[in-house]
Design a protein around this ligand. Structure first.
Ligand SMILES: *Cc1c(COP(=O)(O)O)cnc(C)c1O
Length: 330
């Protein structure tokens, strides 16, 4: 397959006069098409993450690489994907949009992956396994040793979605990218970096996999405003790290206060910036909080999450407003 070749792909060297892409010559710099492969941004990410620049794919949120991985590796109506349940809803949506069968394997009672059951769901037409660690909506890391067993025993692609890895005290699977050429690690600017609005997702994988994703993506999938904004964030990572510390200390505060409430039955351990809480009546409490102007995620209809609300850690003021509201609810 021949990918689209943009005007700017077709020359090498220095130039000052650009009459090749039918752009308006005014309104610098937004008159110009952005770098299709985002090299400047990728170099900064490579340094920050300690990975090779050829191992990075950038997309319009993580949602783009999730969709691309399915389109690239799966034959519609023939191949299938295996994943865990409960987990992030986009894997299943992206599979179905691409007319690819999606197989779900329940987590065990500790919300960890049941490796034997997962591998039993795999057949000759399974091309991709999607894992999520720390997992959404449960909040916990999957066991490292179990992810290793999956990476070692499955010959297809294993995606490890690490959207919440910055909130965990465990190392990223990025450190093992070279060891497992069938691995794709997903990270994002949407959570710890505080930039969900600019839509920037990262996929880290072998250069061979990155090349295939680049062939299929839209040529200008990451716009200039987003590339500029991400460069600004990466120029001062200590700002993000300071926010991260605040969020982690607020998480600890919520972990202490939530279980003391009458309407909270239990909270689950978390390695992310949210807490899954089992409450006395999820629908009623969800509606009660909406009335109070506080929105949490009602997960009561999700597999294994009956009676549960998923609560994102907010600012100190927001978290106190939540606890105060919940104190008034029976
Ligand atoms: C929030 C989240 C993402 C981020 O998706 P973006 O498209 O990058 O905003 C990815 N995976 C999981 C599991 C998430 O919860």
């Amino acid at each position: 397959m021949q990918p689209y070749s943009s005007a700017r792909d077709e020359f090498q060297g220095e130039a000052t006069v650009f009459l090749d892409a039918n752009e308006n010559p005014y309104n610098h710099p937004y008159n110009r098409y952005p770098d299709p492969l985002q090299w400047e941004l990728k170099k900064k990410i490579a340094t920050y993450k300690g990975v090779n620049v050829e191992s990075i794919f950038l997309g319009n949120g993580s949602d783009e690489p999730i969709d691309l991985v399915i389109r690239v590796f799966c034959e519609p109506t023939v191949d299938n994907i295996v994943s865990i349940a409960p987990s992030y809803g986009m894997y299943e949506v992206a599979a179905h949009v691409n007319n690819v069968e999606f197989r779900k394997v329940q987590l065990d009672t500790n919300f960890d992956v049941d490796v034997d059951a997962l591998l039993q769901a795999v057949n000759a037409r399974t091309k991709v396994i999607f894992l999520c660690s720390p997992n959404n909506p449960t909040g916990n890391n999957l066991s490292r040793e179990r992810i290793h067993r999956i990476l070692e025993s499955f010959e297809g692609i294993v995606v490890v979605d690490e959207a919440y890895i910055d909130f965990a005290d465990t190392p990223s699977f990025l450190t093992e990218l070279v060891k497992f050429p069938n691995q794709i690690v997903l990270q994002t600017f949407s959570k710890a970096w505080g930039a969900a609005g600019v839509r920037l997702g990262m996929a880290f994988a072998s250069p061979e996999i990155v090349k295939v994703l680049n062939k299929v993506k839209y040529p200008y999938n990451v716009n200039l405003l987003t590339q500029e904004y991400a460069l600004k964030l990466l120029a001062e990572p200590e700002k993000m790290q300071a926010q991260l510390r605040r969020i982690l200390s607020e998480r600890a505060w919520l972990q202490e206060r939530l279980p003391q409430l009458k309407c909270v039955r239990k909270i689950y351990p978390t390695d992310a910036n949210f807490i899954l809480a089992e409450v006395t009546d999820a629908n009623a409490i969800y509606n009660y909080l909406v009335q109070a102007g506080i929105i949490v995620r009602n997960r009561t209809n999700v597999t294994m999450c009956a009676g549960c609300l998923r609560i994102t850690v907010g600012t100190p003021e927001e978290n106190r407003a939540l606890i105060t509201a919940l104190e008034g609810c029976q």
